[in-house]
Structures are given as structure tokens and as C-alpha cells.
Design a protein around this ligand. Structure first.
Ligand SMILES: Nc1ncnc2c1ncn2[C@@H]1O[C@H](COP(=O)(O)OP(=O)(O)OP(=O)(O)O)[C@@H](O)[C@H]1O
Length: 614
């Protein structure tokens, strides 16, 4: 459990380091075995076996050459048979192996996506979805998560390439022991390949922001919602130019690193060529001196020629594996981040304080200071506030004053950097956050558009309560969307979202009402937050809705605090208590009458809006 007065939302990003490749390998291989142990085992044995047939074929070619030169008919038949069996076995193993690997990848892919949903949605705070350096890190994972499915396959192929190389070395040594040194000439290529893979991973990490930016520009040009402004302002060409320029810079940075790696690869390959020529000279001299046979020469020629390919394959398989692990390490980072947060944010269910059944006194903020993790700007500075039980508190202030931030802190999406939030005297960090959030509800300005049936879109506001038809209809009614059921083609069973078969789009206001209805599903919340969820609704509708919500907070018996954030003073004035945020703190607070009488910021803003309606 973190100390609310010192730690704040933990910076669990483990500095800038991603988990190491070896740890990522162990994690992903274990995950593949968890998914399907038999398939994983078959993949790890069949794929490497398929690599050996070419090398074994070279050995049987030597037997064939020796048998032919010795005019031994039986030995020729045996050599040809083993050669055919080896090659055919290799093909069959490769084909079966591919099929099984494909099945394993599909299974591993689904398992990975399941874990991704579980980890991302289950992480206590919003850091990994909001912090720009974390997003740069997670972006490749979002787009290329499928690459992680290939880890076991790439490991199997790397092992195969290594096994082939070891067998080749053993056979070369059997011709002339000194030939066992040939792979030494391939070591620079291996080292260069590994260094190049790591540098490319770093370059990818460093250019993450540019790729996200370019993707954002494409999203702006290809989605309906920004589509109106894109056309009205005629910014299509500008988006194109920006996208091209962003891609150019990002691409240039990454390709520069790739070209440097390729250059070193050429140097390393030239080094190997020197070793290859040396090997040929050694075997040639041995045959000339009668120390080796023609079969040995054939074997050495074939193997030495493929040795460079072998080393190259080991390098490229290794690079492939490193590429899979680079994406996998981001996944593991997220898993670590989630685990760290579960350990440090809030209390564990076993030791947590009990969330009260009903609020008796108040939710209080004591000297709460908050800076978003990864940034330096103080958003809230020593804010102290009392939100009394059963009351409606309105939060007003200019854009960026910190209203939504305060809402996030109250819902436990972040912990204060210092200071504390207390619920009837118990620090929020002493609760298990899942249990606390089960007693929070509300609706948000950037509400989700769940493209499911209307019934589900509302019912998920209270999953524990089951999908009770009556409760859903009542919530829609209370949210001012009762008529939606009659208007939509299949009533509550209507699929929302125009891109689905039989799906229907809703207007902005209708989507907001669905979100509000969802927020009304929780039976006995202790905290209801309404963070500008009604921007698309007209003022009287907003006022009626807020009044309905406020009434619920008292009548549901839990004496909830209703916190409403709105820029409409006609609604704000109906609240029991009004808090004006400005700068980094509370500028003034009181009832509407008190604040108007004081003639401060609130009074001026209220007068400004009231004049607009006269
Ligand atoms: N995830 C974030 N990371 C870093 N800074 C943030 C983040 N979210 C908000 N901020 C900053 O915190 C400050 C307060 O933002 P907040 O969203 O709380 O304001 P607000 O009062 O709700 O504004 P509005 O009325 O426009 O909704 C702003 O300066 C904003 O830039």
C-alpha cells in the first residue's frame, strides 16, 4: 500500500528500461506452454529437426561418392536409400511442422489478446493509457501484438539453425579437425547481427512518438467524426503533407540505423569469406597429399559452402527472434507495470478497509497536491475540500483548471502526489480500489460508445445486478431517453453502431443519454460523478437530468455525494455547494447565494451567462 502523503501515483515505469530479452523469452515460452504444452513441445522438436536434413544429405552424399568410387553396389543402394529417406523425412516434418505451428500461433494469439485485455483494463490507474512516454512504448504492442505469437516459432527455427551449424561443424571436423575453426569466422556476423537488432529496437523506441503522430494523422483523415472539420477547413492536403513529413523523419531515423547495421554485416561476411577460402585450401592440400578421400572433399565442399549460409541463417533467425522479443518485452513491461500498480496502488482485498455501506459524514480532500506522473506541472496544489454526504457539489472553473483531474483522483484513477482523500475518515488508499469503484458511478464528457445492443450498453453500468429489463428501461427513462426504445428498430435489442449488421447510429445527444442511463444503473453508489456528460443536451434537459441524479443520491439510501462538473450556471446554481477551481486550487466555495453575494469570480461568470439569456 502506498503512503498517500508521500508516494502519490507510483511511477512504475521502471525508469526507461524495458525488460531484458532473456526474461522476455522465458515469459513468452512459458506462455506458449501454458496455452498448449503438447503443441509447443512438438514445435520445439519438429522445427529444429527439419533443419538437419540438408546437412545429413551432405553426409550421405559422401557415403555415395565413396561407395561409387569403391564400386560397392550394396553400399551405393544403402547410401541412395538413406539419402531419399532423409530428404523425404525433412519435407514431411517441415509440412506437418508448419501446420502445427500455425495452430499454435492462432491459439497463442488469442491467449495473448486475452491477457492484453485483462492486463490493460485491469491496471488500477490510467497512466499507461495517458502518459506520452508509456504510449510511445505501447504503440508497437497495440499495432504488432501478433508478432509476439511468433516467438516460440522463431525460437524453434533459431535452435534448428544452431543445431544445423553444430552438426556441420562436427562433420567438417571429421574431415580435418582444423575445419572446426571455420565457424569462428562467423562469430563477428553473429555479434553484429545482435547489436543491429538491439539498435533497431532502440531506434523503434525513439521514433515511437513520430509513428503515433503519423497514425493519428491517418486516423483524422479516415474517420467520420473528424471528417466534418477536415472538409470544412479543407485540411486534407495539410494532413497529407504532415503525414508524409512525419513518416519521412521517422523512416530516415530508422533506416539510417538499419543501413549502418547492414554495412557491418557486409564487413562481417567478408571476414567469413576469408575463413571459407582457407578451409578449401586445407582440404585441397589434404586430398592432394592422400590424407583425405574424394568423398571427404565433396562433403567439405558442400558443408563449407553452406556454412556461410548457416551462419547467415543463425543470424537472421536470431534477428527474427530478437524482433519478436522486442515487441514481447513491451508486453512484459505492461504486465510488470500492472503488477507493480496492483501492489502499490490501493490495498489488497485481504487487508483492505471495508468500504462503508452508506456515507455518514463526507468525502474529504486534505491538502491534495497532484502532478501527472511523467510531467512537472502541478495541476492541483494543496487542495482541501469537504464533499458532504447526500449533497450535490458543483465544480466550476475555466478549461484546464483541474476539474476532471479531481474527478479522476476521487475515482482512484490516480493517487494524489501528496495529501489524502478520505471517505468517512478512511483514506482512499486503504480501500481495495476495485471495491471502491464498485461504489462509484457517473457519466463523463468523453464517454464510451459501446457498440453492443442498447440493453447491454446500459446494463453494463451494473454488471453485478444482471441485465434486468425493467432496470434498463427505467434508467433510460430517467436519463431522458425513454423514447429511444420505441424509436429504434429492435427496441432494447437494437445493435448500436452503424458499422455492424443491422446496426444503428445514435446522435451525439442520444449517445450521451445512453451513457447517463448506464451511470444510473448502480443501485447504491457512494460517489456519483457527472463530468460534463451533457454537453450535447439543451440546458433544460441537462438541468432536469442533474436534478434526477441528485434526487437518486439521496433516495438510494447510501447518502452518496454527487459531484457535478458543468459550465452551465443555470444547472450549477441548483447544487447545494459550489466549488470554484482556479490556478491550482480552490478560488472560492459556498452556496449559489453566498457566492453571488461575495461578488467574486463565480458572481462575475454567473452574471455573464445570465446576461446572455436575458
Ligand atoms: N493525462 C494527463 N497528463 C498530463 N497532463 C494532463 C493530463 N490530463 C490533463 N492534464 C493537464 O492537467 C490540467 C487540468 O486538466 P483537466 O482535464 O483536469 O481540466 P478541466 O478543468 O477538467 O478542463 P475542461 O473544463 O477543459 O474539461 C490541464 O493543464 C491539462 O493539460
Amino acid at each position: 500500500m502506498s503512503s498517500p502523503t508521500s508516494a502519490g501515483t507510483p511511477d512504475t515505469g521502471r525508469g526507461s528500461a524495458l525488460p531484458g530479452l532473456a526474461r522476455t523469452l522465458v515469459y513468452t515460452v512459458r506462455a506458449a506452454f501454458r496455452t498448449d504444452a503438447r503443441l509447443a513441445l512438438v514445435t520445439l522438436t519438429l522445427a529444429p529437426a527439419a533443419w538437419l536434413d540438408g546437412t545429413l544429405a551432405a553426409l550421405f552424399l559422401k557415403f555415395l561418392t565413396d561407395a561409387a568410387l569403391a564400386h560397392d553396389g550394396v553400399a551405393v543402394v544403402v547410401a541412395v536409400s538413406t539419402l531419399v529417406v532423409t530428404l523425404a523425412g525433412g519435407w514431411v516434418t517441415a509440412s506437418f511442422g508448419r501446420r502445427l505451428q500455425h495452430t499454435l500461433q492462432e491459439k497463442a494469439g488469442v491467449a495473448l489478446e486475452d491477457e492484453l485485455i485483462q492486463v490493460s483494463a485491469g491496471t488500477p490507474t490510467l497512466q499507461h493509457l495517458e502518459r506520452s512516454d508509456y504510449l510511445d512504448r505501447l504503440d508497437p504492442l497495440r499495432k504488432e501484438a501478433w508478432i509476439v505469437h511468433w516467438t516460440l516459432e522463431s525460437l524453434a527455427q533459431t535452435l534448428g539453425a544452431l543445431a544445423q551449424t553444430v552438426l556441420t561443424i562436427a562433420l567438417l571436423a571429421s574431415v580435418q579437425p582444423v575445419l572446426a575453426l571455420l565457424p569462428v569466422f562467423g562469430i563477428p556476423a553473429l555479434l553484429v547481427g545482435r547489436a543491429a537488432a538491439l539498435r533497431e529496437r532502440d531506434a523503434q523506441e525513439a521514433t515511437g512518438e513520430l509513428r503515433r503522430r503519423q497514425h493519428h494523422l491517418v486516423t483524422l483523415a479516415t474517420n467520420a467524426s473528424p471528417g466534418k472539420e477536415v472538409r470544412v477547413f479543407g485540411i486534407g492536403d495539410r494532413l497529407l503533407r504532415l503525414s508524409r513529413e512525419t513518416w519521412r523523419v521517422e523512416h530516415a531515423r530508422r533506416t539510417r540505423v538499419a543501413w549502418v547495421g547492414a554495412g557491418w554485416q557486409v564487413v562481417a561476411s567478408a571476414f567469413f569469406a576469408v575463413g571459407f577460402v582457407g578451409a578449401l585450401v586445407v582440404v585441397g592440400n589434404a586430398v592432394a597429399a592422400g590424407l583425405a578421400g574424394v568423398g571427404d572433399l565433396a562433403l567439405a565442399l558442400v558443408l563449407a559452402a553452406t556454412m556461410s549460409g548457416n551462419v547467415g541463417m543463425v543470424v537472421s533467425m536470431f534477428q527474427w527472434l530478437a524482433g519478436c522479443l522486442a515487441v514481447g518485452s513491451r508486453f512484459l513491461w505492461l504486465v510488470d507495470h500492472a503488477r507493480d500498480e496492483h501492489r502499490t496502488v490501493g490495498a489488497s482485498p485481504a487487508t483492505a478497509a471495508r468500504v462503508p455501506d452508506r456515507l455518514r459524514d463526507a468525502i474529504e480532500l486534505a491538502e491534495v497536491t497532484f502532478t501527472y506522473p511523467g510531467t512537472s506541472r502541478v495541476v492541483l496544489d494543496k487542495v482541501s475540500l469537504r464533499l458532504p454526504a447526500g449533497r450535490v457539489v458543483a465544480l466550476v472553473g475555466a478549461n484546464g483548471a483541474g476539474k476532471t483531474t479531481l474527478v479522476k483522483l476521487l475515482c482512484g484513477m490516480y493517487a494524489p502526489t501528496s495529501g489524502s482523500i478520505r471517505v468517512d475518515g478512511t483514506d482512499l488508499t486503504e480501500f481495495d480500489l476495485t471495491q471502491w469503484r464498485a461504489r462509484c458511478t457517473g457519466a463523463f464528457q468523453d464517454h464510451a460508445r459501446f457498440e453492443v445492443t442498447l440493453r447491454e450498453a446500459v446494463a453494463i453500468g451494473d454488471l453485478d445486478g444482471g441485465p434486468g429489463e425493467r432496470a434498463v428501461a427505467d434508467a433510460l427513462e430517467a436519463a431522458g431517453a425513454g423514447t429511444l426504445v420505441d424509436v429504434l428498430p429492435n427496441g432494447l435489442s437494437t445493435q448500436l453502431g452503424p458499422t455492424w449488421p443491422g446496426g444503428t447510429d445514435l446522435s451525439g445527444g442520444q449517445w450521451q443519454k445512453v451513457a447517463l442511463a448506464r451511470g444510473l444503473m448502480r443501485p447504491e453508489p457512494l460517489l456519483t460523478v457527472l463530468d460534463e456528460p451533457t454537453a450535447s443536451l439543451d440546458a433544460p434537459t441537462e438541468e432536469a437530468l442533474f436534478a434526477g441524479y441528485a434526487a437518486q443520491s439521496g433516495t438510494r439510501g447510501a447518502h452518496a455525494v454527487t459531484l457535478l462538473v458543468s459550465h452551465r450556471f443555470s444547472t450549477v446554481r441548483t447544487a447545494d455547494h459550489i466549488v470554484v477551481l482556479a490556478g491550482t486550487g480552490v478560488a472560492e466555495q459556498g452556496s449559489h447565494e453566498e457566492l453571488v453575494a461575495r461578488g467574486g469570480t463565480y458572481a462575475q461568470l454567473y452574471e455573464l451567462q445570465a446576461r446572455g439569456y436575458r
